[in-house]
Ligand binder design. Structure first.
Ligand code: PLP
Length: 433
């Protein structure tokens, strides 16, 4: 069998090396960074709460997506042994062959929490995109947000191989989407986009996109990997502007599921290896035979099914209090950036805070500075982001202590005094309101 690196069999060996060279050069910034930066491809040897040890250095971890701190929650961890006792460590049936009753229990609880018609659990969002987008797209047109997550693009590529046409619309631009839809003659139309953006922490105007999907008889396919568990339905009793129950961007905006297929994962806020799709029961039934992961993939480990169920219990009882604490901690970091006059695209108060650099060439030195300050973040290098967005991303979780937040705000102050960061673009009073 030929490997992907070998390229198609019609190439000569000199074509092949040019092709590989071109590919490597397009990733060279990233490759260089991953060789030189202690915050890339790191081996974490130990954790203590939200502190991690790399070699002999302890750092405060601001790269975790465990937004609710469920990975460290004693009550959730204590639920695992009982389930493993009853089910073993891993049900190795594919889901079509047989699902432990834990699966329908999780699906029913997610359906209740999200207020959708039905839910199907599969191992990861990536597998959902790869398998479900081609099914929903058929031979029609997929309209994809230019800045949609890479895994959505991978799903679109599969859809394209199966005969779908792919059209890109400007990021977050409902008018541009409508322009494309108006000129499209296909009978099957799928619109793919992210919910809460994994870099900016901002949500798209979901009601505007949903309205357009309904107007043009299209399906809006939304990946809210980050929003689920953090933002949710609004109400008078809410303890923070994230809303209540963490039941996602759809409920946050008070939207119905008409023409919406909603995707989210449990591997971020719920600290468990699983993902799900909210859809009409008829589509769920279709996906049981049409989506390869349901037929062939290994299922989630029992420990993850256990932590999902225990996490859903904890979310009901303590979730809103955890989210209120998360809002407050995130606000402290955003206010510090405002005081420093430093730009972040975050206008939502969501616990993802991206800090772009003024000079993309500084990325390795900035990474080293933060590492030496005991702060662990996600570095965003070219080509993962455009050159004018190269920088780093901070994620706050409910498990970060006040001391860690202070350590971060202090490091940001010293960083701003040492490197050129992009200047704030909005009046300070608007930020983190
Ligand atoms: C928006 C988005 N979609 C999908 C994924 C991938 O999720 P999974 O690990 O469940 O495949 C991520 C992971 O970071 C993500 O941010």
């Amino acid at each position: 069998m030929r490997s992907a690196a070998q390229g198609p069999s019609t190439r000569t060996s000199s074509d092949r090396s040019e092709w590989v060279d071109r590919w490597l050069s397009s990733c060279s910034d990233l490759a260089e960074l991953s060789l030189s930066s202690p915050m890339s491809d790191a081996v974490i040897e130990e954790i203590d709460g939200r502190r991690i040890r790399i070699g002999d250095r302890w750092l405060a971890d601001f790269a975790s997506c465990n937004y609710l701190g469920f990975d460290l929650d004693r009550e959730i961890a204590a639920a695992i042994p009982g389930y493993v006792e009853r089910w073993g460590t891993h049900p190795s049936w594919s889901r079509l062959l047989g699902s432990p009753v834990l699966y329908p229990e999780i699906e029913e609880r997610l359906t209740d929490l999200l207020g959708c018609e039905d839910t199907l659990v599969l191992p990861t969002i990536t597998l959902i995109h790869l398998s479900v987008i081609p099914v929903l797209a058929g031979g029609g047109t997929v309209f994809v947000d230019r800045r949609a997550h890479k895994t959505i693009y991978e799903g679109c590529q599969f859809a394209s191989i199966r005969g779908a046409r792919i059209e890109r619309f400007q990021h977050d631009d409902a008018d541009d989407l409508e322009r494309l839809l108006r000129n499209d003659g296909s009978t099957t139309r799928l619109i793919c986009m992210d919910g809460v953006n994994s870099m900016t922490g901002n949500a798209p105007d979901l009601p505007a996109f949903a309205e357009i999907a309904r107007k043009y008889d299209a399906v809006l396919y939304v990946d809210d990997a980050h929003g689920f568990g953090v933002i949710g339905e609004r109400g008078e009793d809410e303890l923070s502007p994230y809303g209540m129950r963490g039941n996602s961007i759809v409920r946050y905006f008070g939207e119905s599921y008409d023409n919406i297929i909603f995707i989210a994962g449990l591997s971020k806020a719920y600290s468990s290896l699983a993902a799900f799709i909210c859809c009409p029961s008829e589509i769920k039934q279709l996906l049981k035979t049409a989506a390869p992961p349901y037929l062939y993939s290994g299922p989630s480990p029992v420990a993850s099914l256990a932590t999902t169920l225990a996490g859903l219990d904890v979310n009901e009882r303590r979730g809103d209090a955890l989210r209120a604490g998360l809002w407050e901690k995130t606000g402290r970091v955003l206010r510090r950036l405002d005081e420093l006059g430093v730009h972040t695209p975050n206008t939502s108060g969501f616990p993802i805070i991206e800090v772009p650099l003024a000079r993309h060439e500084d990325i390795a030195a900035v990474g080293r500075f933060l590492f030496d300050s005991g702060i662990y973040v996600t570095l965003a290098a070219y080509p993962l982001v455009p050159r004018d967005e190269v920088g780093f991303r901070v994620q706050i979780t409910a498990a970060n202590t006040d001391e860690e937040i202070e350590q971060l705000t202090d490091a940001l102050g010293r960083l701003a005094a040492t490197f050129d960061l992009q200047p704030a673009r909005r009046p300070a009073k608007e930020a983190a309101a």
